[in-house]
Design a protein. Structure first.
Lengths: 254, 153
């Protein structure tokens, strides 16, 4: 009897310790992400009927509201808008054959809430690392890693993502960087420039990977001055608290 | 133990179907509470299943491997300990079973927010999840009453 009680304690403490150890060590690690991708691939088989039902319901609702045609029209206009913005900045044919693939967000780890998401589209759908990811036409991040059936997207609020941007009204160039806690800052703007709140910011041509002219957000206010440069806080155009579906802009220089 | 894995699959399928709209109730946790109550004297193998079920859920949905498994193992241990400590007459009490299951579900739902110290807030989806969980617990309590009666306990 006593031996059984001891065995129960050992199993309880063992499983609990292992859980806590995993929770402390594994988040954000590559093996954990690989394991997550593997589980997603395996579970895709039994989940197929549920996904079909969901898509069927969504399509029915879309059709009933006449939203589908409107979305397609918006997609076309977004593409056209993107191409025109690119043409305004350069004569280089940036991304022939560029398109947009829609993906559902399948994972947003709480420990890296403002840093990354996983979507259900991958290299099989033509997605490659570096591609821009947008929500309602505004940049939310870029693809950091593409598996065959899923991709990881680094969000603009991530502290390790630096995006070359341009202030649309003044054509000043700077770099956008998140703080990992939901805030985004515009860096490397000389203090004498005096940018105003409300000015819009979009991706700049100087980036090799992101198409130019994708709207990102607006200047919310000036921050501190560091070494002759002033920080500006950016209010994002895309609502990162409502990330359910995103679009990946395929094409570009890779 | 099959009921535990089936409830995990059911929760997973429902989560896929309702993805982006609501959080579905934690059916696996309710199954764990059920099993812990009936195996309160011998919960050893339950811990191992609780661990694997939680880990699979974490790898599929939460992105923090070990978080759900820790909460499942804890719920299993506390439920088994409480039920084995009760006098035999009190173990059949359906009201106690209802409140225990509801409390376990509510606590494990907020566990991720506490664990990651990045609270996701008392969102409407969390409130909806708890509402649906209460309905599930009511159904489970009805099953509990029926089971106890059929076994003359």
């Amino acid at each position: 009897m006593a031996r059984t009680g001891t065995k129960i304690w050992i199993v309880f403490l063992g499983t609990l310790s292992l859980s806590l150890l995993l929770a402390a060590v594994s988040p954000g690690s590559l093996p954990a992400e690989k394991a997550m991708d593997l589980v997603e691939r395996v579970m895709a088989v039994p989940e197929w009927p549920a996904r079909m039902v969901r898509n069927l319901v969504l399509k029915t609702v879309d059709l009933a509201a006449g939203e589908r045609s409107l979305r397609e029209r918006i997609d076309r206009l977004e593409q056209e808008n993107l191409a025109l913005r690119g043409l305004l900045q350069t004569t280089i044919n940036y991304a022939p054959g560029a398109g947009a693939g829609e993906g559902h967000v399948t994972l947003r780890p709480p420990t890296s809430w403002w840093s990354e998401i996983r979507i259900d589209k991958g290299s099989r759908e033509g997605i490659r690392p570096g591609m821009a990811v947008v929500l309602d036409g505004a940049l939310v991040g870029k693809v950091s890693r593409a598996e065959s059936n899923s991709s990881w997207v680094e969000l603009v609020t991530s502290s390790s993502l630096y995006i070359p941007v341009v202030v649309d009204e003044t054509r000043d160039l700077g770099v956008l960087n998140g703080d990992g806690n939901g805030l985004v800052w515009l860096l490397y703007i000389p203090v004498e420039k005096d940018l105003k709140p409300g000015m819009s910011v979009s991706t700049a041509l100087v980036s090799e990977l992101l198409p130019p002219g994708i709207p990102i957000g607006r200047i919310a206010g000036a921050g501190e001055e560091i070494g002759g440069y002033r920080l500006y806080r950016i209010t994002l155009k895309a609502d990162l608290s409502r990330l359910y579906k995103v679009k990946v802009l395929t094409g570009g220089r890779f | 133990m099959g009921i535990l894995w089936l409830s995990l699959l059911a929760r997973d399928l429902l989560q896929v179907a309702f993805s982006g709209t609501v959080l579905v109730p934690d059916l696996a946790l309710l199954a764990l509470v059920w099993l812990s109550v009936f195996r309160c004297e011998e919960p050893g193998s339950l811990f191992i299943h609780a661990f694997w079920v939680g880990l699979l859920w974490d790898l599929r949905w939460t992105g923090v491997p070990g978080m759900t498994s820790a909460s499942y193992v804890l719920v299993t241990a506390v439920t088994a300990w409480v039920w084995s400590s009760l006098p035999p007459g009190r173990r059949t009490n359906p009201v106690l079973f209802f409140f225990w299951s509801s409390a376990a579900h509510a606590l494990t739902s907020v566990f991720p927010a506490v664990f990651t110290s990045k609270g996701l807030g008392l969102s409407s989806s969390l409130a909806t999840q708890q509402g649906m969980a209460i309905a599930c617990v009511l159904g489970l309590t009805a099953l509990y009453i029926r089971y106890r009666r059929s076994h003359h306990e």
